[in-house]
Design a protein around this ligand. Structure first.
Ligand SMILES: [Zn+2]
Length: 207
């Protein structure tokens, strides 16, 4: 499940529609005041429908990621079925919102997570936007995979063509009369495509 930045696939949409949140004052348990960009990442595996987003939360002050939060917008049953997993704790890990285990997190990660859970994801319009972004992203992934497969097939076809034995210049041509004339020695190097005319020349030369 390789996750890739949304803006890598759809830079225009990302420029317009990436959310950033401002924390003006912060009390205990809040992230430090500042602006945080919620850079979305989605899974770019063709054929995979995991319906999750990773938020790479970047502080504009430090220009670095303060947390990576995983979130799935579908009900828990969806992820249980998708992962073939009965353990609610594991399903909860997948669905989130949760600090992603495999990602580096900062000292403010827990506060950022709480903020995302309590403020950002309470906005249904934003959650709808995430779903729309996921759909756009997945369409791009499938399109790229299709065109890659197409290019592969084209390569294979070309390969087959070039692997067909190409008669070398000395290839015995049964239709051509036996050549004994010194004209052969003067025959210019030519591509296989001009063999017919070469043969015709040869035939003429021995006639
Ligand atoms: Zn996936």
């Amino acid at each position: 499940m390789p996750f890739t930045f949304f803006h890598a696939y759809l830079p225009e949409v990302a420029r317009r529609e990436t959310r950033s949140v401002h924390v003006f004052t912060s009390g205990p348990g809040d992230p430090p005041p500042g602006e945080y960009g919620l850079l979305e990442m989605y899974c770019d595996e063709p054929g995979c429908d995991c319906r999750r987003v990773f938020f790479n939360v970047v502080s504009s002050r430090t220009r670095s990621a303060v947390a990576v939060v995983a979130y799935g917008w579908e009900p828990a049953e969806f992820y249980a079925k998708w992962a073939r997993e009965d353990d609610p704790a594991v399903v909860r890990q997948i669905k989130g919102p949760i600090l992603n285990l495999g990602s580096p997190q900062s000292e403010h990660a827990d506060d950022v997570l709480r903020f995302i859970e309590d403020v950002v994801l309470r906005d249904p319009a934003y959650v709808s936007r995430l779903k729309a972004h996921y759909d756009l992203f997945k369409r791009q992934v499938e399109e790229r995979a299709r065109s890659k497969r197409g290019a592969g097939a084209r390569r294979r076809r070309t390969h087959r063509r070039t692997r067909r034995p190409v008669p070398p210049a000395e290839w015995p041509d049964r239709r051509a009369p036996k050549l004994t004339s010194p004209v052969i020695a003067r025959r210019p190097a030519h591509s296989p495509g001009s063999r017919r005319s070469a043969g015709a020349r040869r035939r003429r030369s021995t006639a």
